[in-house]
Design a binder for this molecule. Sequence first.
Ligand code: CA
Length: 359
Amino acid sequence: MATSSIKPSLKNRHCLGGVLLMSLIVGNVVLLDPAHAQVNAADKVVVAHRGASGYLPEHTMEAAVLAMSMGADFQEQDVVMTKDDQLVVWHDLTLDRNSDVRHKFPGRAREDGRHYVIDFTLEELRSLSVTEGYRLDDSGQEQKIYPERFPLWLGNFRIHTFAEQLEVIQGFNRTTGRDVGIYPELKAPAFHHEHGKDIGMAVLSELKRFGYTSKDSNVYVQTFEFAELRRVKEEVQPALGIELKLVQLMGDDGSYYWMSRPGGMLELAAVADGIGPEKGMIISADSTPDNIMISSLVRDAHEAGLEVHPYTFRADEGQVPAYARDFDHLLELFLFEAGVDGLFTDFTDKAVHFLNNRP
Ligand code: CA
């Protein structure tokens, strides 16, 4: 059966479990992969994870623009707050992995030796040089975390605000006629609350200011902390008079297990529109080429009406699991065997190319 050229509605996408059941009832006459039958490649979404971070330092404006030009459907922003309550696009709560903070601000580390975004003003943060992620080895030498990625300290990359990135995305959409969506993450809301900062309210207020107000707006708001997601749903959004699509991120550790137990998905669905699981929760890392072990997570999520956008797909050497032949095969397994609705990748161009060329 050919894939439909008609774009299925979200409702159809959420009924894959029902389609599977139908296939079984119809019997053994036609062997259909329900994912193939219902969803074509054009319906899968590519989320640029921290921008085109496989090619340029993550969360720089340059990386965001490159990802959009590569055809990303959504551009991700991790968002943290500064000492003076500004929102910046940055992944870690600390600055040490991607900047020269230890040279520019000696004596400003906490007892753990790290420099926290929340201890610096926006003006101070703007003075930092940003670079590819690195760590210090035992001899104090800087070693890139992904050795083949962008060279350390080349270029003049800077921290920018959430609003500045939204301006660039909306401007880019105007000049190109595209409709690149956004996928902001509330980083460590409990940590921010402990420091007297309401990052949920701050981010959602900014989204409203930029015109993202309803579930039809091209935005997903994500966080790992379910308590905050529920607070956004029940308190923050009603206070602002907006209602956006919300995504619960799931890590591969015990604190998230309840979400994938019976009833857990339904409890999530009362708050969230989708889930963002670590990819090993969908296809076991213990899989082999002859034995791909797909969990029930995608099926259960779809039955609860939740979209599924797993993370993180990396094409660097050593980052493609051994059960997959190559990066394209990894994408094929997740998008069309496990049936996820989209995925977070550091390599937007490769995912877009794969989807555009899939028969
Ligand atoms: Ca993120």
